[in-house]
Structures are given as structure tokens and as C-alpha cells.
Design a protein around this ligand. Structure first.
Ligand SMILES: Nc1ncnc2c1ncn2[C@@H]1O[C@H](COP(=O)(O)OP(=O)(O)OP(=O)(O)O)[C@@H](O)[C@H]1O
Ligand SMILES: [Mg+2]
Length: 299
């Protein structure tokens, strides 16, 4: 099994913690590597085929939700290339198979610099805010909610896209000031619609989508979904059968690594320790299992 933690193609556009993005003119090639980040630190050990899983899971959701919101997906890099320019098609076709399996060809859009977070359950930073202030993204909430409880209503809780450091919550007034009232309404409606559709679908497959984050861009004057969609890196997936509010829920795939890291005594400052083989294999299995459960297909 190949492990790809580094890509070195020409025209790097952006290197994130997990994905390497390449500029192809009006298109982008996004490669999901096998890098894994935990506690916001990229680990020195890759997880075999994690990038293949994330790439195909994003594509699965883009196809499944295209009737709700159009998106940037042109084609998986491993499919017959549908690039607009012959030059890009030739480039994609020439990729080694290990990269093609992790790559997605997308339309480049003008990014809306807001992380569109949607929450159906009380977890993460929302739980931290609620336990201190009784609010979620500044909105007063009923008393007595427990960690991981289902929220009375699905909530849109946008944040900034911070260049460095942590994303900051944005009020709806701040979003309106940044992008105008009409686009604000559109972002909220589309984000909620995607979440509702995906969560009810996932429930039929035994998974709760506690929360997720999506990004939008503008292409030819229209709003489209960009970036990744409903992956374990952008969402909290919980096992519906083991769901027990009143405590944190084990995350479907990363928990195994997080538990090992905590037990190792690592102080959560870089560099992180290398992972032992059984943790690597166990984690790879869990990513594949999440894919199998959500899509009903083996990879
Ligand atoms: N179709 C698109 N058009 C324009 N920009 C896009 C498109 N799809 C994704 N992007 C942008 O490309 C970048 C992908 O980077 P990536 O998500 O890997 O890293 P990041 O978000 O900066 O860091 P992190 O590793 O924390 O996620 C993001 O800035 C995203 O907004
Ligand atoms: Mg990102």
C-alpha cells in the first residue's frame, strides 16, 4: 500500500495541512495526501490511502448534492480527464496512479472568505462557548443542554478563514457587512440545505453528522460549493449506535490516533511522535470503514 505524504508537481498553488493544490489556469488540481493532522499538528507518519478515501468521499458528496447546490467538481483525476484545456487533460492523464487516485480536477472560483459551519449537535468550540456563556455563536440558547446533545434547531455558525491561528466566530451582521445581505442569505440557506440532506442520508447508514464546514466560491456570477465536502477532516462523524449525549463522542476515525497520542504523553506541540504500525493500520481501516458505511461501496 502506497503512502503519499508529499507531492512535487509544478505550479503549486497552496499547501494545506493535508491537501496540495496546483494551479492549472482556470482549473485547479487538488490532491488529498495521506498526511494526518491531530490537535492541529501534521503527524510525521502518513496513513496509507487516507487521501484516496477523502478524495472519493468528497466526490461522492459533490455528486449527491449537486441538485441542491452546484459545485466545483469537474472529475476525479483518475477518471477520463474532462479538463477544459487539452493541456490540462494531458497533464492529468500523465499523473502517476498514486497521485491520480488522490486528485480531483475542479473549477477555480473566486473564494468567499468565510467558513460556513453548520451544527446539528452541541460539540467542539460551540460546546465550549455554551458551557461558559450559555450562547452559541452569540445566540442565547436554552439552559440545560448537555455536551453532544442534538440542538433544538440546526444552526449556521460562520467563522472567518484565518490565515494564521484559529478561525473566529462571525455574527450574521459581520457576514452581511463583508459580503452583503443577499449573499449572506444564500450562504446560510445553501449550507443548511446541504447539512440537512447529508445528515438524513447519513442516518440511514448509521452515522450522525454532528457538524460540518463548507466553503463557497463565485463562478460566472453564481454561488458554487468549493473545497472539500463532508469528509472526516471537515466534519464530525459519530457512530449512531454508540451515541450517548452528556460526554464527548468518539470521532469515527481520528479518535484512535488521538487516544494513542494522549497516552504517549506528547505535549501537543510540534513535532509529533511517529505512530506505531498497529495505530497506522487501525486508523487506515477506520477511514475505509467510514467510506464504506457512508457510500455503501468498498473503495
Ligand atoms: N474551486 C476552488 N477555487 C478556489 N479556491 C479553492 C477552490 N477549492 C478550494 N479552494 C481553496 O484552496 C485552499 C485549499 O487548501 P487546504 O484546505 O488544503 O488548506 P487550508 O484550508 O489553508 O488549511 P487546512 O489544512 O487547515 O485545511 C483553501 O484555501 C480553499 O479555500
Ligand atoms: Mg481547508
Amino acid at each position: 500500500m502506497a503512502v503519499i505524504t508529499e507531492t512535487k508537481l509544478p505550479n503549486l498553488y497552496y499547501r494545506g495541512k493535508v491537501r496540495d493544490t496546483y494551479n492549472l489556469g482556470n482549473e485547479l488540481l487538488i490532491i488529498a495526501t495521506d498526511r494526518l493532522s491531530a490537535f492541529d499538528v501534521v503527524l510525521p507518519t502518513g496513513i496509507p490511502e487516507k487521501g484516496v478515501v477523502l478524495n472519493h468521499l468528497s466526490a461522492f458528496w459533490f455528486e449527491k448534492t449537486a441538485h441542491i447546490v452546484p459545485n466545483h467538481l469537474i472529475a476525479l483525476a483518475s477518471d477520463a480527464p474532462k479538463a477544459s484545456k487539452d493541456k490540462n487533460a494531458a497533464f492529468i492523464s500523465s499523473l502517476p496512479r498514486d497521485l491520480a487516485l488522490r486528485g480531483m480536477l475542479v473549477k477555480k472560483a473566486k473564494r468567499v472568505d468565510i467558513e460556513c459551519v453548520v451544527r446539528g449537535y452541541l460539540s467542539g468550540s460551540a460546546w465550549a462557548e455554551y458551557s461558559k456563556e450559555g450562547t452559541i455563536n452569540g445566540t442565547p440558547m436554552p439552559k440545560g443542554l448537555r455536551e453532544s446533545d442534538k440542538l433544538p434547531e440546526v444552526m449556521f455558525t460562520p467563522t472567518t478563514k484565518a490565515e494564521t491561528g484559529h478561525d473566529q466566530n462571525m455574527s450574521m451582521a459581520e457576514v452581511r457587512k463583508m459580503v452583503g445581505a443577499s449573499l449572506t442569505r444564500e450562504l446560510e440557506e445553501k449550507s443548511l440545505a446541504i447539512y440537512r440532506f447529508a445528515d438524513s442520508y447519513a442516518r440511514t447508514r448509521g452515522i450522525i453528522i454532528a457538524d460540518t464546514k463548507m466553503e463557497f466560491g463565485i463562478l460566472d456570477g453564481k454561488v458554487i460549493l468549493i473545497d472539500e465536502l463532508l469528509t472526516p477532516d471537515s466534519s464530525r462523524f459519530w457512530d449512531a449506535e454508540k451515541y450517548t449525549p452528556g460526554r464527548p463522542q468518539p470521532s469515527y476515525d481520528k479518535q484512535f490516533v488521538r487516544d494513542w497520542l494522549v497516552k504517549s504523553g506528547w505535549n501537543k506541540e510540534p513535532p509529533a511522535p511517529a505512530l506505531p504500525t498497529d495505530v497506522v493500520i487501525g486508523t487506515a481501516e477506520r477511514y475505509k470503514e467510514a467510506y464504506r458505511r457512508l457510500t455503501g461501496m468498498a473503495l
